[in-house]
Design a protein around this ligand. Sequence first.
Ligand code: NAD
Ligand code: UFG
Length: 341
Amino acid sequence: MKVFVTGGAGYIGSHTLVQLLAAGHEVCVFDNYCNSSPAALARVRQLTNRDLTAIDGDIRDADALTRALADFAPDAVIHFAGLKAVGESNAMPLAYYQTNVTGTMNLLAAMDAAECRRIVFSSSATVYGEARYLPFDEDHPVAPTNPYGRTKAMAEGVIADWATATPAASAVLLRYFNPVGAHESGRIGEDPQGIPNNLMPFVAQVAVGRRDKLAIFGDDYETRDGTGERDYIHVVDLAAAHLAAIGYAARAEGCQAINVGTGQGITVKELVAAYERACGHPIAYEVAPRRPGDVASSYAATDKAERLLQWRTALDVDAMCASSWRWQSENPDGYPGGAED
Ligand code: NAD
Ligand code: UFG
């Protein structure tokens, strides 16, 4: 299949490229590298011994997208490109709406012009907002509590309406839970800019000595040990879900929202203990106040993914931490500054 991948140089995109190329798909990446590096694509080429087309372009540029899709004429699109930091979305909401919503609309219009009818979209469990019950299933009300989540919910709505109006269209909205870990080679991984917002990359940077200690945001939640509980999913399992989703989109019409998680909650303290096993030394931490907006627990109902995609996770928390540690310890400063490696 010819697959057009927006945001393919990013964390989840690069891991998905490895599997797309290994499966024999022809790939065109469209990325402006605002939160990634061409070095990730160079490493994907090395890992797979396969080539891919890379276009340096911005999804806010409708003409550039239209040209790229017309030239490549894809069978399917995987749409990773987007801005993803909750805190930043509070500070600059318009930038989030422009990239995540307008960018998605530009992409759908370019797909129409190129007569491409299949899209897999990176959505987020954050669209559910406060849990009314757990696990979150796909029928849980969508009520995001921050601008980032609202852009994802809005983009989902735009895609669903497009799928309804477009004959033979197929859209899969993948609602990711908490992606972590890295490719087992240690050659590609998550490379956050500045101070990591998320738990796993922060723990990894403490483990490698880039930061002194972790702040655990609250130990008085109603969970097993009082710390927040999340559904961490290995990025390699998540990548596999995208291959399953393009396969599903090729055989089914319409629009489906599908959770992508393990179904199991892991607390902050449990994740830290697993990371200590992986790196072989203690991780320093202190307990700090709760982070505003955080919920006690979040985890996925996974039966819809199993039923429609015939996909489920295979990798456990020890594999997530071991692969993260390999990437972090072999690349303590992430990718080399934008250069081809
Ligand atoms: P990432 O930042 O590593 O990757 C996103 C990619 O999109 C980057 O390569 C970036 O350069 C590119 N990009 C951003 N704006 C662009 C634009 N205007 N034009 C072209 N390219 C642009 O993030 P990721 O973790 O790989 O996430 C991929 C997608 O999954 C995002 O849409 C994100 O919102 C979603 N998601 C991520 C998580 C997570 O925890 N990582 C959770 C749920 C959903
Ligand atoms: N945490 C800490 N210390 C830190 C960072 C996080 O204790 O330095 C705790 C949080 O309080 C929470 C847990 O670790 O209990 C996980 O926090 P993350 O920031 O890693 O993940 P979130 O579940 O808050 O949010 C992430 C993404 C969102 C996405 C959501 C669901 O940041 O964009 O998962 O997919 F929407």
